[in-house]
Design a protein. Sequence first.
Length: 210
Amino acid sequence: MERNQLLETAYKIEQFLANNKIKATVVEIEQGPVITRYEIDAVTTFQILQFLSYDLADYLHAKNVRALDAVIGKSTFCLEITNLAPLFFCLADLPKPDRDKIILAVTISGRPYYVSDCGIIFVVGGDSMEEDRLKELIQAQAGKVIIWRILPSDKSYETLPSHLSKGRPLICFKGAASVVRDSSKLLGSGDMYFLPKGSPEPLRLHAVNK
């Protein structure tokens, strides 16, 4: 999107919140290939923003809006808003990783996200196409990462919390709401949350094509 479009959306966010009796100012905009993150200084609570997110999506004609809790070290909140025309990267578009690392996906700002080559990553939600794309990406880099998909019908789904407590990384695609909050707002087509080893909060990442 052009800068003036981003600023127009920021203005609409402020107007929408003002119409709901919330004084708010957009203080920072981080544009990505699939979503754009708007940081707002608002006199409100996360629960209220979360409640209003569906109406805000309709107001902006956006596919999804996700409210994030207060930014660490700040008194601001974030809204992640789907771009009207999402852009997906190819492996050839990205810089090659260091030795013993592979590219897993890109961040919301389009930067490559690397993981250590060798190991197991659990996957929940999504469909076989998303899983296949991930496997093809790893194979294209001659990676040794094992993708272990867990379905709600599997017995291992019940023991998923114990796997995570051991620090094993997890990918959540759309439809894994029982594991990661707001995963129902993921876009599909490789849009994901990634819970790194030892992290309490998931990262929003987007698929890369081989």
